[in-house]
Write a protein that binds this ligand. Structure first.
Ligand code: DGJ
Length: 544
C-alpha cells in the first residue's frame, strides 16, 4: 500500500504544478493603457512602454522576402516597435477562409529582432478608399454597397451605412483578434489600429438612400445626450457650430446643427465612428488590446469632401468619442508642418497623444522629444521606415537611443508637471519653462552664433525633454539646445550651475561621464547640447 502512494505520478505532479505556476508567473499580462491624468501610459510586459516606432510602407509587409534585407535597419535606428499593415484581401481571400501566414511571419520576425508590433487593420477603409477589401467584396456592390458622392455616383468607398459591409469587416477583424489571442502568447502585438485614415471624399457625407433618410431623421438620442452632458467641455469648433442654432437639442441634423457642410461632416463622423466602434468592439470581445484610429489632417481652407471628411479629426473629436467608446485614442498622422498646432488639438478631451505616422524628415529627431516631453505622448513613428538608406545616421534613431535610455525616468514623470519639452527652429528660437523656483530659458543652439550653420536662413529643428528630479535638479536630454537658468523671483538672488555631468542611463542606472564645466558650460553660464550632438546631462543648480 505504502509503495503505491508514492508512485511516479504522485511524485511528479507537485513538480509539474510548481513548474507550471512558475511559467505562469513568468508570463506577463496583456498590453493595456493606463490613464495618468491627461496622458496615458501603454503598459507592455507589465512596464510602461514608449513606442519608438516606424511604420512600414503600405505594400512592404505583403512579402517577407522584400522585408528581409531591411530588418537589421530597425535595430540600427533603435526602434522598439514596427507598425505594420494587415491586409484584409490577403487575410480573407475567400469569404470565411482565413490565411494568417503573413501575420504569423511578421510576429516571428519581430520576436527574432526583439521588436513589438502595432497592427494596422486595413479593412473597410484605407485613406478613405476601400482598396484592401477582398475581391469578393469589391465585385459584389449589390451585397456590399458603395458610398455615393455629390454627383450621385458610386465611389470606391464602402458605405458606412451598410450592415453587410459592417458584418463582413467585423467577422474578419474578429478572426484576426482571435488568432492573436490564440497564438501571440508573448504579447508581441501591443496595439491595433482599426481601419486607416477613414474619411469621405467627393462629398462631405454619403448620399446613399439610407444615409439621406438618416440625415433627415432626428439626431440619435445617444449622441444628443452625450453632447448635452458634455456641453461645457466640447471642443470650441463644435460648440461654436452648435451655438448657431442656440444649442437646439431636438430634431433632424439640420434642425440641431444648421444647414452646412460642417453639419454634413458631423453626421458622417457619427456613422463612421459607430461603424468603427462596432469593428473594434467585436475584436476586443475576442482579445482586448488597446485600439486607436488615425486621421489624415486637412490643410487650411479646404472643404470637407475635398479633404477626407468626417475622419477622427479635431473638429469632430467629441462625435468620435461619443460614438466610439471602444476606440481608446484618436491619432493624428503628420504630413503637415503644423506640428504643435495639431498636437495641441489632439490632446484636448483627455485624448492621449500617439503619433502613428509622420513623414520622414530630419525634424522628427526634435519633434519626438517634444511629443514625449511636452505632451507626455507615448509613441512616435515615421512612415516607410524601411526606406531609410543610412540607418546609423538617421536623426530620429539617435533621438530614440536617448529616449530608450531615459524611458524609466520618463515613466516616473509622465502625467506630472515635472516633465516638459522644447521644440525650436529658426522662427521659434526660444522657449521658457518654469519648474518651482526656477525659470529655464531654452534657446536654439544657433542663437549662440558660433556655428557656421547659424548664418543659414533655415535652422535644423532642435528639441529636448527636461525633467525636474527635485528642486533645482534637472535632466536635460535632446539635441541642439542651450539652456540658461534664473530664479522666478530674482530680485535678490540668482541661480548658478553647481554641477553638470553628461552621462548615460544603463538599465535605468545613471552612469556619469564628463563633468561639463569650463568651455562645455560656458564657464557656468549654460547647459548646451550642440546641433549634431545628442545627449543627456544632469544639472544641479544653486542660489547665490
Ligand atoms: C497616410 C496613410 O495612412 C499611409 O498608409 C500612406 O498612404 C501615407 N499616407 C503615404 O504618404
Amino acid at each position: 500500500m505504502m509503495k503505491k502512494l508514492f508512485t511516479y505520478k504522485t511524485l511528479i505532479t507537485p513538480i509539474v504544478i510548481a513548474h507550471f505556476s512558475l511559467t505562469l508567473n513568468a508570463q506577463t499580462s496583456m498590453p493595456r493603457l493606463d490613464i495618468k491624468n491627461k496622458s496615458a501610459q501603454l503598459i507592455v510586459d507589465d512596464k510602461p512602454f514608449i513606442v519608438l516606432g516606424g511604420e512600414l510602407g503600405n505594400s512592404s509587409a505583403s512579402d517577407m522576402k522584400y522585408m528581409e534585407p531591411h530588418l537589421d535597419k530597425f535595430t540600427s535606428m533603435h526602434l522598439n516597435t514596427i507598425i505594420t499593415p494587415v491586409y484584409w484581401e490577403l487575410m480573407e481571400p475567400t469569404e470565411g477562409k482565413f490565411d494568417f501566414t503573413l501575420v504569423d511571419n511578421m510576429i516571428n520576425t519581430a520576436q527574432q529582432h526583439q521588436l513589438k508590433l502595432v497592427l494596422l487593420w486595413f479593412g473597410s477603409w484605407k485613406n478613405s478608399m476601400s482598396c484592401y477589401a477582398p475581391a469578393w467584396v469589391k465585385t459584389n456592390t449589390q451585397r456590399f454597397p458603395r458610398a455615393i458622392n455629390d454627383a450621385g455616383r458610386k465611389v470606391e468607398i464602402l458605405s458606412a451605412f451598410s450592415q453587410n459591409n459592417l458584418e463582413a469587416d467585423c467577422k474578419a477583424f474578429t478572426a484576426l483578434m482571435k488568432h492573436l489571442k490564440q497564438t501571440d502568447k508573448q504579447h508581441t502585438v501591443i496595439m491595433v489600429q482599426v481601419e486607416n485614415e477613414i474619411g469621405m471624399l467627393q462629398a462631405a457625407r454619403e448620399r446613399t438612400r439610407v444615409a439621406d433618410s438618416l440625415f433627415n431623421s432626428n439626431v440619435p438620442t445617444e449622441l444628443m445626450n452625450y453632447l448635452i452632458a458634455k456641453k461645457d467641455s466640447l471642443v470650441p469648433e463644435l460648440k461654436q457650430h452648435w451655438s448657431a442654432t442656440n444649442f437646439t437639442t431636438t430634431g433632424t441634423w439640420e434642425n440641431v446643427f444648421g444647414k452646412s457642410l460642417t453639419t454634413d461632416e458631423i453626421f458622417q463622423a457619427y456613422y463612421y465612428a459607430k461603424y468603427t466602434n462596432k469593428v473594434a468592439e467585436a475584436g476586443k470581445k475576442e482579445y482586448a488590446l488597446p485600439m486607436y484610429v488615425n486621421a489624415a489632417l486637412n490643410h487650411r481652407n479646404v472643404k470637407p469632401g475635398e479633404y477626407p471628411s468626417a475622419g477622427p479629426l479635431p473638429q469632430v473629436m467629441d462625435v468620435w468619442q461619443a460614438a466610439a467608446p471602444a476606440i481608446d485614442i484618436l491619432s493624428p498622422d503628420f504630413y503637415n508642418p503644423r506640428f504643435k498646432w495639431y498636437c495641441d488639438l489632439y490632446t484636448r478631451r483627455n485624448n492621449p497623444l500617439f503619433i502613428p505616422e509622420i513623414g520622414r524628415d530630419a525634424s522628427n529627431a526634435a519633434k519626438v522629444f517634444y511629443a514625449i516631453g511636452h505632451y507626455h505622448g507615448f509613441g512616435f513613428s515615421p512612415f516607410s521606415i524601411e526606406s531609410v538608406t543610412q540607418p546609423t545616421e538617421e536623426p530620429v534613431g539617435k533621438s530614440y537611443e536617448v529616449i530608450a535610455q531615459l524611458a524609466p525616468e520618463i515613466a516616473k514623470h509622465t502625467g506630472s508637471n515635472s516633465m516638459d519639452g522644447v521644440l525650436l527652429d529658426s522662427t521659434n528660437q526660444e522657449q521658457e519653462l518654469i519648474f518651482g523656483d526656477y525659470k529655464l530659458t531654452a534657446k536654439h543652439d544657433y542663437t549662440l552664433g558660433w556655428s557656421p550653420g547659424a548664418k543659414q536662413p533655415n535652422w535644423p529643428h532642435s528639441g529636448a525633454i527636461i525633467i525636474e528630479e527635485g528642486p533645482g535638479e534637472f535632466i536635460v536630454a535632446g539635441t541642439g539646445i542651450v539652456i540658461t537658468f534664473q530664479l522666478t523671483n530674482n530680485a535678490t538672488q540668482s541661480a548658478g550651475i553647481l554641477q553638470a555631468d553628461e552621462g548615460i542611463y544603463k538599465n535605468g542606472q545613471w552612469i556619469p561621464g564628463r563633468r561639463m564645466n569650463g568651455d562645455q558650460d560656458h564657464q557656468g553660464r549654460h547647459i548646451r547640447i550642440a546641433v549634431g550632438d545628442w545627449g543627456i546631462q544632469k544639472v544641479k543648480l544653486y542660489k547665490y
